[in-house]
Design a protein around this ligand. Structure first.
Ligand SMILES: [Zn+2]
Ligand SMILES: [Zn+2]
Length: 153
């Protein structure tokens, strides 16, 4: 069976937290449960709000992105690069910082991966990576293979 390819390293190695019950712990405040898709090859991580009711909640409660941001994204197409290469896919800038402290990403009951954030200081765009190979092995073991974007389960 064909699964999705990683947009960063092109490996067909994407895994989704939708298959893990602890996905409930991976939440965004006043939005809902984030389903993460992790590439077990390079660690690139994307998050999705799959539940349409949760997206309704965001529509009602969150602010609209300012027009100036939309103009930025119309001017610059999303580039086929990774922030790990010190280039921002959103604006092409080279002013990238990597988080020194990591955030927790729940893999399974009692099993937590370290999530490293990259931020572009020019436009504010954020990328996430699971940098530990051990964490990525655990994700491949506990999560099901996935497409990008993942199907709702
Ligand atoms: Zn990858
Ligand atoms: Zn940028």
């Amino acid at each position: 069976m064909e699964y999705g390819h990683c947009p960063k390293c092109n490996a067909q190695a994407l895994y989704s937290s939708a298959s893990a019950p602890v996905g409930r712990l991976n939440r965004i405040h006043r939005a809902g449960i984030v389903t993460y898709v992790v590439c077990s090859e390079c660690g690139y991580t994307e998050g999705y709000l799959l539940n349409p009711f949760e997206r309704d909640h965001v529509r009602d409660e969150w602010a609209i992105v300012k027009e100036v941001n939309n103009e930025t994204f119309e001017k610059y197409p999303v580039l086929d690069v990774s922030m790990q290469e010190n280039t921002c896919p959103a604006c092409g800038g080279h002013n990238i910082r990597q988080s020194v402290n990591t955030d927790a990403l729940m893999i399974a009951q009692g099993l937590v991966a370290s999530l490293t954030h990259y931020v572009c200081l020019d436009c504010g765009s954020v990328e996430r990576y699971v940098l530990s190979e051990g964490d990525r092995d655990a994700i491949a073991q506990y999560w099901a293979r996935a497409d990008r974007p993942p199907a709702r389960t």
